[in-house]
Design a protein around this ligand. Structure first.
Ligand code: AMP
Length: 367
């Protein structure tokens, strides 16, 4: 009998690049299905290494990467900003899902934006900005307000400057520290939504319900599931995520963040080829959560049902918010998740709480 090499069976070891809370929750979901996990992260005692084996080494350490790759049966990511050469080293020894092409597209806004546009997914108007003089002409074309962002390595609003009437372009450009950047028109959005799609080795794909994301100080504060939008708009958002995943040939998970404009259009902002903070609610409110779906996809298993059995509001616990853990534990509708981080620095994601609103059985049937 031929062995289907695309399938990684329970008992095997999943390698996870990155050691944060996304890796921790992936390892917990994997353990439930009988897998072991081995994380690769640059720091000791990270959230994921508390629940899985760990290799602590730099992402550029090719010998450590090769040793790690030989110890695991498949590799996935909880963090996408790793060098191309490191992914190449991993791929020589083990199956890597999603593949380099997907990570590369998501790592760099100057690849991501034209990719979206090439598959007829609208974005804010944008221009590449590689120099101070590019910035001058881009601002002349797109106008103010607009947003200047570093093309790579930005997260939670880092590496971003809003260009308003009074903003000096010299100051804005110096914030980019000479790195390639992108200028985007400022979108006066009605709300921000996201969709997470899982896609398996066989090309089967399914989305979790579209959610609304509310930010505070550029960091995700709350996710409302489902997003209060029309079913038609939700279907269009899902269609965008499915088309993106399909065109990329994704195996794994992909989150697509979108703006809903005041005139009802959807503009893609960015994608992340991994579990996403806006999918944490699925742990408590769906048949299969995003982390289990990732495990299923990268191990070549059938995808699980993404059916939402409860409505949910997920609130991030940032910095000192996590000190409320005892109060939260006393609330009957609240599910508390803490990430095992010892130091509660301002802006640091320490955990989250999901509050559930159960749906009536007849409503679930209509899903
Ligand atoms: P990003 O790092 O691209 O996810 O941006 C972080 C947050 O900044 C987004 O979630 C939005 O709230 C805001 N933002 C980013 N780009 C734009 C834009 N072009 N127009 C308006 N707000 C934006």
């Amino acid at each position: 009998m031929s062995v289907d090499r695309s399938v990684v069976s329970p008992g095997a070891t999943i390698g996870i690049i990155g050691g944060g809370q996304l890796g921790r929750m992936t390892a917990m979901a994997a353990a439930r299905l009988g897998y072991r996990c081995h994380v690769y992260c640059p720091e000791a005692d990270c959230p994921a290494s508390q629940v899985a084996a760990a290799t602590v080494a730099a992402y550029e350490d090719h010998r450590a990467l090769a040793r790690f790759a030989n110890r695991v049966d498949v590799v996935t990511f909880e963090f996408e900003n790793i060098p191309a050469e490191s992914v190449r080293v991993l791929s020589r020894h083990v199956t890597v899902r999603p593949g380099w092409h997907v990570l590369e597209t998501a790592q760099d806004r100057l690849i991501e934006k034209p990719f979206f546009n090439s598959i007829d997914v609208a974005t804010a108007a944008w221009r590449p900005v590689l120099s101070r003089s590019d910035l001058e002409s881009a601002v002349a074309e797109l106008g103010r307000p607009s947003v200047l962002k570093t093309a790579r390595f930005g997260y939670d609003g880092k590496g971003q400057v809003k260009i308003e009437d009074a903003t000096s372009l010299d100051d804005a450009w110096s914030e980019m520290k000479d790195a390639p950047a992108i200028l985007e028109s400022f979108v006066d959005f009605e709300r921000e939504v996201s969709v997470i799609v899982g896609r398996g080795v066989d090309g089967a794909a399914s989305c979790f319900d579209v959610v609304e994301n509310r930010h505070r100080h550029h960091i995700l504060d709350q996710t409302i599931a489902p997003a209060p939008i029309t079913p038609a708009l939700a279907r269009r958002a899902e269609e965008i995520a499915l088309r993106t995943a399909e065109t990329l040939g994704l195996v794994g998970l992909l989150a697509v963040e979108l703006f809903v404009t005041r005139d009802g259009r959807l503009l893609a902002n960015e994608m992340a080829p991994r579990p996403h903070n806006s999918g944490h609610w699925t742990i408590d409110a769906c048949m299969t959560d995003q982390f289990e779906q990732l495990v299923r996809a990268v191990c070549g298993l059938p995808l699980g049902s993404t059916r939402r059995h409860s409505d949910a509001v997920m609130t991030n616990l940032i910095g000192d918010d996590a000190n409320q853990w005892l109060n939260i534990l006393r609330q009957a509708d609240a599910r508390l998740h803490l990430y095992g981080k010892t130091e509660a620095r301002p802006g640091r994601k320490m955990g989250h709480v999901t509050r559930l609103i159960p749906r009536k059985p007849e409503v679930i049937g209509e899903n």
